[in-house]
Design a protein around this ligand. Structure first.
Ligand code: HEC
Length: 155
């Protein structure tokens, strides 16, 4: 027959034994973000759909320079500044044929665009490679857009 004390001792022993594995579980939990954390991160990096954007004239020169830097590290491998295709389409003229919001969403939210935007899907048919999400923030995408406008001859 179990007395209350035996029961308590059994509980304590169990607790002690379980200690190491609990610690491991805690670390594992810390390393894999909870669903809520994932959502926040996604919103930060991928952004939700951008609905409107304001262009300024003349161009913001600082953004043009910053955008060029981002282009060189994250986009140059697949996009030329001419109209020549590399992995993706060349960027010459892109700001003339696309709306600014379209471009911003293509940069920050490419999965969504490839899923539901016809123009993006047409490009995929031509290029046969899905543009990977480059983890560009909305703010940085705005700078890249400024660089694209400058590449298209805007001052
Ligand atoms: C691994 C190659 C790759 C990289 C890196 C890449 N892209 Fe793309 N991009 C593509 C492909 C391929 C397409 C055409 C759509 C598709 O097939 O997914 C595309 C399409 C685009 C378009 C639409 C062009 C048009 O003519 O309408 C824009 C804008 C764009 N990318 C911006 C960027 C930006 C900005 C970066 C860097 C932050 C970038 N891409 C990095 C492959 C890439």
């Amino acid at each position: 027959m179990f007395s209350k004390t035996t029961f308590l001792i059994a509980l304590l022993t169990l607790g002690f034994l379980a200690c190491t594995s609990k610690k491991e579980a805690d670390t594992a939990a810390k390393n894999s973000p909870s669903p809520t954390e994932l959502n926040t991160n996604q919103n930060e990096v991928h952004g939700t759909e951008v609905k409107s954007i304001e262009l300024t004239n003349p161009l913001n020169k600082e953004w043009v320079t910053a955008g060029k830097g981002i282009y060189e590290t994250k986009c140059l491998a697949c996009h030329k500044l001419t109209d020549e295709k590399l992995v993706g389409p060349g960027w010459a003229g892109v700001t003339k044929k696309r709306e600014p919001v379209w471009i911003i969403n293509m940069i920050t939210n490419v999965e969504m665009m490839l899923e539901k935007d016809e123009e993006a899907q047409k490009l995929l048919e031509q290029c046969l490679v899905r543009m990977p999400n480059q983890n560009v923030t909305e703010e940085d995408s705005r700078k890249i857009l400024e660089f694209m406008r400058s590449n298209d001859g805007e001052k």
